[in-house]
Design a protein around this ligand. Sequence first.
Ligand code: SAH
Length: 264
Amino acid sequence: MLEAKVYIVGAGPGDPELITVKGQNILKQADVILYTDSLVNEQLMEVAKSDAQVLKSAGMNLEELVHCMITNVKQGRSVARVHTGDPSVYGAILEQMRYLKNADVDYEIIPGVSSVFAAAAAAQIELTVPELTQTVILTRAEGRTPMPEKERLRDLANHHSSTCLFLSTTLIKKVVREFLEAGWLETDPVVVVYRASWPDQKVVKTTLGQLDEAMRAEGIRKQAMVIISKAANEELLKEEGKYESKLYDKSFTHGFRKGESVNG
Ligand code: SAH
């Protein structure tokens, strides 16, 4: 039996097998399920109880949405609020939590597989390659939502870290410009993953210089993750001995394994 509260559940990127076991258990037991029908896979709702109320939230505004959650919980029902990917990135959950807190309604967040990780998996890349890049920046290009002063794409690009762009497919020209201005090369690798983990997923491996054209050629205008990263270079698979993690290095001692001395 679930408690009468709101469970904010990360649905994962699309593939219904990519929800967590915990998230799915909540969908099986919840009295009310509210999901963003434009982004969350409907198949996930197949496990709902036969008498569960399953509602699509795309047509609701924030007030309607929270009103629905609050009244149901106050009447003793459990509510699963299902978000795409992981709720903590571009999930717009803060405003929902604020209303719930004000109404004294408890909530719990269940993480999910973010599209950024589904995209990296589809592209078969490691985002953090030793000595190449050890930092991942999750960000977006500036559109209607203004970027904070200290987070201009150009400044972030200056770090030369793996940069994963959400919500940015229509702003690609600007993205490329800012990266080139920050010193990246036209030949630097980029991978675009459209609808990662869905049956119509597309993985486009290209370069900064060709990114705009490549996306246009594939007709990618939405629901895509753009990963700009030196680690997205396929040549790395061939460079044996370079950029390897110390974790498996024979001479490296760590908490679980004592390294061999390199000299003898
Ligand atoms: N919380 C979500 C992100 C929501 S914002 C997450 O963790 O994935 C919506 C943006 O996420 C889209 O514009 C797109 O950039 C990205 N996105 C969501 N699902 C995706 C998918 N299956 N494949 C590629 N990108 C996706």
